[in-house]
Structure formats: structure tokens, C-alpha cells
Design a protein around this ligand. Structure first.
Ligand code: FAD
Ligand code: NAP
Ligand code: SF4
Length: 707
């Protein structure tokens, strides 16, 4: 019986909640205690050795949280392979001391630590970049030098040398990064490999370098050391490999002594989203299932898996032997233990926003997490138990108020949160109904359950007034009353055909067939997607309960929209096909006063997805416009040619930013002597400009940690 089939046959049911997740995996010389692996995720801490203490704490938290194996962020085998100048290394004996801090911290919690060796190739952001051919990538300023034969052989040895040092540092294995468009992937694919020597041309030649790396690493580390190889199962770039070619590579890797095939999807330069929130959960896992049929070593599924039922299902269906997640462990280090003890409802789910993790890394900032600001700040943002509990009122159950309440209660304070609406969540209740943002509901669900567990008193339908606060005896009052949509100050702004995004997204009002969206910030983009999506939700959301979300886009529709080949055994190059033409539900004009291209202020790693989605839905973008007045016929605009013109639309939806709601904050003109409580203000109530949930949650947590 093959190793792979044995693994399936041995599955037993010890854990009552997720029996497959909690079945150990025997690799022959070592055993993983369960099927959950924390995948490689660059945090920025690995780049500077003076941060290795913080990195050790960050890993230790996740190891303590029950995960079986952690793969570190990518460490370059040599200078040419750096992602950024002076990136993290493990190239000499002195580096071993720093890495030992990590392995020691993780091993204390019965967890394995694997070092990822990543050579960036042409994705490096420095002048020493090299690649299979001298072709610049669209996402780096630096044109690579074509590697010489000698350079390739030396690099093979550099990989082996780093692996040897990893063993010395106490790592349980290494992962060789061969996907996402990094150096080894650049050799594997004809998208970048245009060589005519023994390292290019046929598939046999293209895989010579990655296989040489695996062989050299195996020779350097001996038999009983884990080697995983991250293999791109779908390149999503022109001229990328076909699935048959990928099967050949997988078989060759197995033969060369790889223990686990980890799966990667899409190059970083691909114009198909692979991990943002609008990608359906486990949307690429079927490819892992397909590769599993062809090899006898364990395979690991990845990409947009964030909850235990999804992971369990992949194991039950025999789609994968292991499940890898990276960002979900930033969001909740205790994910595995919570799943094990039946506390799935208390998992702080990664909403795949990228806002505090990848978006930070792309601007050389330390990663963290929007829903968990402690991530990568474990030693700095500490929630210490309080010596003397205080009676604290939090006004507003948006992200800021929820975050503050939960941290305060966790530390031992007595907390009451007041909310004017009949549900918690604030602005996130609008976000969760946007197509592709259904995950935002999970954050509301998490806080809802957490507040109950922490015995926070939640008073819904309770609009707090100044008088109320004066009559109550609180030690501290936290104003987290958030924001309201800014209204337009032009003639006709009060007509019935003018509605705010809040009125639209709460289902209070609906839009006609032709719509002008005023304001092209994040909300203007979201609203335009909402209005044009083929699955028109305008009426569905009117009847949504607090704990309900609209059905997310089915996988086959998503694949058709983005031109992703839906056949598991695809023969299209890189898995790309022609995208389906979309018939939008409405005609939408999205406009702003600024002269810039629309959407330039959107987030780095997800903004392009929103911009592309609007193009796919035929949204007409207008910049450099002045709004003159609104009539029942539409909106009068002055465009850059200086002429006034009527744009005939049925509805005008205003997404022109927000204003703070902070009227409960004491003013200098109030009788301050009468105030017995200390007042604090956080989130949108403090400052509406550039407000997002990342800031709201972080401010709530930071205040919660201080009081
Ligand atoms: P709010 O969410 O406004 O919460 C304030 C709460 O206080 C409300 O529930 C309100 O009812 C309550 N309140 C007000 N006055 C009183 C009173 N007197 N008594 C009792 N209760 C009161 N951010 C991101 O980071 N990423 C995104 O992708 C994203 N997408 C978005 C999409 C949409 C469609 C929208 C509308 C927003 C989005 N945001 C996003 C923004 C994000 O939701 C907000 O910035 C953030 O949630 C603000 O949190 P807050 O707690 O400060 O305020
Ligand atoms: P925003 O990004 O500040 O955009 C406001 C838009 O309104 C701008 O396009 C602005 O453009 C326009 N505007 C401002 N004042 C106006 C006025 N008086 N009259 C007419 N137009 C006016 O804010 P937002 O879209 O409201 O989003 C709020 C926050 O939520 C943002 O900070 C954002 O980070 C967050 N959010 C994030 C996402 C995401 O995907 N990450 C999604 C949604 C929201 P002009 O001044 O050029 O007209
Ligand atoms: Fe997930 Fe967003 Fe946190 Fe990144 S910042 S880990 S994507 S929730």
C-alpha cells in the first residue's frame, strides 16, 4: 500500500469535533501531531536579527496554540536571493545562534519548525537580482541578470549550505520555495525561462535546477530531516506550466527525496486574485486533490482556508493530507486549540483583507493583523490582568468599541457596552453585504461570542445621551460612537433620488437602474461592486438578520469571471482561459473631484482586484468632475472641459467620506467639575479621516491594554 493510501486508511476518530484534523501524520522518521501547518509568511521580523526575540515570541504563541508544524518566513540562501536589501539570512555559523532562539521557543510546545529557503530571483528589490533569463518582472524596478552555469551551480550549493545550518540550528526541516514566481519557479516556467542551454527549453531541462537543489539539500541534511517543496499548481501567467507538466515535476520531486509537497497558486505578478477576501474559500484545493492522485507523499492544501470545517472537509474528501494556513494564525494563534475543544465560534477569523499583513510587508513595515493587533507585537501589546477592576462604559459597538470592550473584560474590568442599533458591528454590517466581503461577518460573529464569554453586558437599542452618562456611576467612559456618512452640500441633495451608502447597504432604500456614485474611496468602489454585481442583493439584504450573510459567489462563477481554467487536469498554459463577459445589474458612473486615476488610494495588494472588478462590470469612471446640483432627472456636472452637463441617472448614491460622531465627549463649556468618570475617545469618533477597521480595532485594543 502506498504511504499516501496508508495515511488515509489510518485515519481514526479521537477528536469529537474534527477527527481528521486531529489525526497524527507519520512521516516515517517523525510524526506531526495533527494536520494543521502554519505556512510561511514574511513578517519583517526575520529581516533583522535584533528582532529575533520578538519573532521567537510570535512563533511560540502559535506553537502553544496547537499547530503541528510552522514554516518560517523566507530566508535567502545568498545575497542575490534577498527579497529586500539586507534581508534575513542563515548563511554562516554566527547566524545559527539567532535561529536557535526560534527553534527552542517552538519546540517547547511540541511543534515542529521548518525553515523556508526562498531565493527571490527577479522578484528581489535590490540591484543584485538574477533570474533564468534577463527579463524584468512587472512588480520590481530591477532588471535581473541571467544566471550563468557557474552561478546556478554555486546557488545549488548555497541552498544546501543553508539547509545544513538549519539542521544545526535545530530546525526539523526546510521548505524549498518553488512557487509564487520566485527563482525556482522562474526556471520551471517558460513564462520567464527562455534559455537554450541545459537549464532551459524542455521540461526536463527547466526542472534540472530545482531538482539539483533538492538533491543537494537532501545530501546535506541526511535522511531524517523534513524537506517540503512548495510547488506552483497553477502559475496563472501566460506561458505558465500545464497541469501535466506539474504532475511530472511533482513525481520528480518525490523521486528526489522530498517528504511533503506544499502547494502554491499563482505568481505574485498574476492578474488573477488568489488570496484576497473575494476568492472563494479553498478555491484552488481541487488542484491539490488532483496532484495527490499522482504521488505517494503527503500533499498540503493552501489558499483561502480559514475555518476548521473547510480544513476538515479537505481531509475527509481526501483532497489533501495536510492543511496549511498562514494569515489565519496571525488572526488567531489559538485557532487549532479552539477547534480541538469545540470553540470554533470563538475563532478570530482571518477576513483575508491583507491590510495589516501583506500590505505592510509591501511597504517594508512590520506585519500585524487587522483583527488581532497583537500579532507580531506579542511582547509590546500585552493584556495584563488588572489589580483592581473598574466599572467601564463603552459607547458604540462598532469595531473600536468591540475591540476595547473585549480587551478590558479579558483583563478583568467590569464592562458595559451600549449600542444605539439593534445589532453590534457598526459599519461592518454594511461591509459584510458587499459581494466578496462576506468574511467581514465573521468578525462580528467573533466579537458577539467573545463578549458573551467574557460576561460583558451588551445593551442594544440603547442610544446613550450626556444626561444618562452624568447620572450613571462609571469609572471610565469610552466614546466609540464612530462615524456617519457625509452628506452633499449642493442643491437637490435632499431629493428622494439621493441616498447614502448606509441607506443602500442597510436595505433601507434601493437604487434604480442607472446610478451615479459620488466619491471613489474604498466605500465608493464597494458600493459600485454591490450595484453592478449580477447577483443583485438589494432586496435580499432588507430581510437579513444579525447572524446572516448573503450567499458568497459560487466557485464556478468566480473562475469564469477571472478566466481561471476550472478543469483539475487543465491543459491551458498557466491555467488561464478567456474571462466570461459580465452583464452588470445596473449602469453605474463612479466619480471623484480629484484629477487622479480612480482607486489610487486603495490598498496595495487588493486595490488592483477592485479596480479590475469594476472594469469587468462596465463601471464608467469619471475624475476631475465638479458636482453642481441634483434634480429629479439626474446630476448636473461640470467636467474638465468647463461645461455643465446633465448626467441622467435614476439614483445618486453618496459615498463622500464620513464625519465623526463625538457629541458625547465633554466640551470645555460643560460643567467639568460634575464629571466623575474619565473620558476617552477612539476610532471614528476620534478622527474620521483615513479611518479604517485596522485603526479602529488597534486603538480599541491599545486603550483596553492601558486602563
Ligand atoms: P462605527 O463602525 O461607526 O461604530 C460606531 C457605533 O456606535 C455604531 O454601531 C453606532 O450605532 C454606535 N453609536 C453611535 N452613537 C451612539 C450612541 N449615542 N449610543 C450608542 N451607540 C452609538 N474598513 C477596513 O479597514 N477595511 C475594509 O475593507 C472596509 N470596508 C468597508 C466597507 C464598507 C461598505 C463600509 C461602510 C466601511 C468599510 N470599512 C472598512 C470601514 C470600517 O468599517 C470602519 O472604519 C470601522 O469599522 C469604524 O469603526 P468605529 O467603531 O470607529 O465606528
Ligand atoms: P475615502 O477613502 O476618504 O473616500 C471618500 C471619497 O469621497 C473620496 O473619493 C473623495 O474624493 C470624496 N469626497 C470627499 N469629500 C467630498 C465632498 N464633500 N463632496 C463630494 N465628494 C467628496 O473614504 P470612504 O470611501 O468613505 O472610506 C472610509 C474608510 O473606509 C477609508 O479610510 C477606507 O480605508 C475604509 N475602507 C476600506 C476599504 C478597503 O477595501 N480596504 C473599503 C471600504 C472602506 P474627491 O475629494 O476627489 O471627490
Ligand atoms: Fe487576515 Fe487581514 Fe489579519 Fe492579514 S490583516 S491576517 S488578511 S485578517
Amino acid at each position: 500500500m502506498s504511504a499516501n493510501r496508508q495515511q488515509t486508511a489510518q485515519i481514526h476518530t479521537e477528536n469529537v469535533h474534527f477527527s481528521h484534523i486531529f489525526t497524527p501524520l507519520d512521516l516515517g522518521f517523525t510524526t506531526l501531531k495533527n494536520r494543521m501547518v502554519m505556512g510561511s509568511m514574511h513578517t519583517g521580523l526575520e529581516d533583522r536579527f535584533f528582532n529575533y526575540g520578538k519573532l521567537a515570541h510570535y512563533f511560540a504563541e502559535r506553537a502553544k496554540g496547537g499547530v503541528a508544524m510552522i514554516i518560517t518566513g523566507g530566508i535567502a540562501p545568498n545575497k542575490q536571493g534577498w527579497l529586500t536589501p539586507l534581508g534575513g539570512t542563515l548563511n554562516q555559523l554566527t547566524d545559527v545562534i539567532n535561529h536557535k532562539r526560534l527553534t527552542k521557543a517552538v519546540h517547547k510546545h511540541d511543534c515542529k519548525l521548518v525553515l523556508q529557503i526562498l531565493h527571490s530571483g527577479r522578484y528581489g528589490y535590490h540591484p543584485f537580482v538574477v533570474s533564468s533569463s534577463a527579463i524584468k518582472s512587472p512588480i520590481s524596478l530591477f532588471k535581473p541578470r541571467k544566471m550563468s552555469h557557474k552561478n546556478i551551480l554555486a546557488t545549488v550549493q548555497d541552498f544546501a549550505h543553508t539547509a545544513k545550518l538549519a539542521k544545526l540550528a535545530g530546525y526539523d526541516g526546510v521548505e524549498i520555495m518553488g512557487s509564487e514566481g520566485y527563482l525556482l519557479n522562474q526556471f520551471l516556467s517558460q513564462h520567464t525561462n527562455k534559455r537554450t542551454d541545459q537549464w532551459g527549453g524542455s521540461l526536463e531541462n527547466r526542472m534540472r535546477f530545482p531538482l539539483a537543489v533538492v538533491n543537494a539539500v537532501r545530501e546535506a541534511v541526511g535522511k531524517n530531516f523534513i524537506i517540503t517543496f512548495r510547488l506552483s499548481l497553477m502559475d496563472l501567467v501566460p506561458n505558465g506550466n500545464t497541469f501535466d507538466e506539474i504532475v511530472c515535476i511533482a513525481k520528480a520531486l518525490e523521486k528526489a527525496g522530498v517528504n511533503i509537497i506544499n502547494t502554491g497558486i499563482g505568481w505574485h505578478e498574476a492578474r488573477v486574485p488568489t488570496i484576497v477576501t473575494s476568492v472563494p474559500r479553498a478555491g484552488f484545493a481541487h488542484l491539490t486533490g488532483e496532484i495527490k492522485k499522482h504521488v505517494n507523499i503527503p500533499v498540503m492544501a493552501a489558499n483561502r482556508i480559514n475555518m476548521p470545517d473547510t480544513a476538515e472537509q479537505l481531509l475527509v474528501n481526501n483532497t489533501a493530507d495536510l492543511v496549511q494556513m498562514a494569515r489565519p494564525f496571525l488572526a488567531d494563534p489559538n485557532w487549532v486549540n479552539k477547534a480541538k475543544s469545540g470553540q470554533t465560534h470563538l475563532i478570530n477569523t482571518c477576513i483575508a483583507c491583507n491590510q495589516a499583513c501583506l500590505d505592510h510587508i509591501f511597504v517594508n513595515k512590520r506585519a500585524s493583523c487587522l483583527v488581532n493587533p497583537q500579532a507580531c507585537y506579542e511582547t509590546e501589546l500585552v493584556y495584563k490582568p488588572v489589580k483592581k477592576a473598574k466599572n467601564i462604559a463603552v459607547i458604540g459597538a462598532g469595531m473600536a468599541g468591540l475591540s476595547a470592550s473585549s480587551v478590558l473584560a479579558k483583563r478583568g474590568h467590569q464592562v458595559t457596552i451600549f449600542e444605539a442599533q439593534d445589532k453590534i458591528g457598526g459599519q461592518f454590517n454594511y461591509a459584510k453585504v458587499i459581494h466578496g466581503k462576506e468574511e467581514f461577518f465573521e468578525t462580528i460573529r467573533y466579537f458577539d461570542n467573545l463578549l458573551q464569554t467574557l460576561n460583558v453586558t451588551v445593551k442594544l437599542n440603547h442610544k446613550v445621551t450626556k444626561e444618562f452618562l452624568q447620572n450613571e456611576k462609571f469609572d471610565d467612559v469610552i466614546i466609540a460612537t464612530g462615524v456617519i456618512p457625509r452628506s452633499l452640500k449642493i442643491q437637490g441633495a435632499d431629493l428622494p433620488n439621493v441616498i447614502s451608502y448606509a441607506e443602500l447597504l442597510s436595505g433601507e432604500k434601493t437604487a434604480g437602474q442607472t446610478v451615479a456614485v459620488i466619491g471613489a474611496g474604498g466605500i465608493g468602489f464597494d458600493v459600485s461592486e454591490f450595484l453592478t454585481a449580477t447577483d443583485d442583493r438589494t432586496f435580499i439584504i432588507q430581510n437579513l438578520q444579525q447572524n446572516q450573510i448573503p450567499t458568497p459567489q459560487p466557485l464556478d462563477e468566480w473562475q469564469a469571471q477571472w478566466g481561471v481554467d476550472n478543469r483539475s487536469n487543465y491543459d491551458s498554459f498557466g491555467g488561464l482561459t478567456t474571462a466570461k463577459k459580465i452583464t452588470p445589474a445596473r449602469k453605474v458612473y463612479l466619480m471623484q473631484r480629484k484629477k487622479d486615476r480612480l482607486g489610487t488610494g486603495l490598498n496595495k495588494t487588493s486595490g488592483w482586484v477592485h479596480r479590475t472588478a469594476l472594469k469587468q462590470h462596465g463601471v464608467i469612471e469619471m475624475s476631475d468632475v465638479q458636482y453642481e446640483k441634483i434634480t429629479s432627472e439626474g446630476i448636473w456636472l461640470r467636467t474638465n472641459n468647463g461645461q455643465s452637463q446633465l448626467l441622467r441617472v435614476d439614483t445618486v448614491v453618496v459615498c463622500a467620506g464620513q464625519e465623526s460622531v463625538n457629541d458625547l465627549m465633554p466640551k470645555l463649556t460643560d460643567n467639568l467639575d460634575q464629571l466623575t468618570a474619565q473620558y476617552h475617545v477612539i476610532g471614528g469618533a476620534k478622527f474620521a479621516g483615513e479611518l479604517d477597521a485596522k485603526r479602529a480595532i488597534r486603538e480599541g485594543a491599545e486603550l483596553g491594554a492601558q486602563l
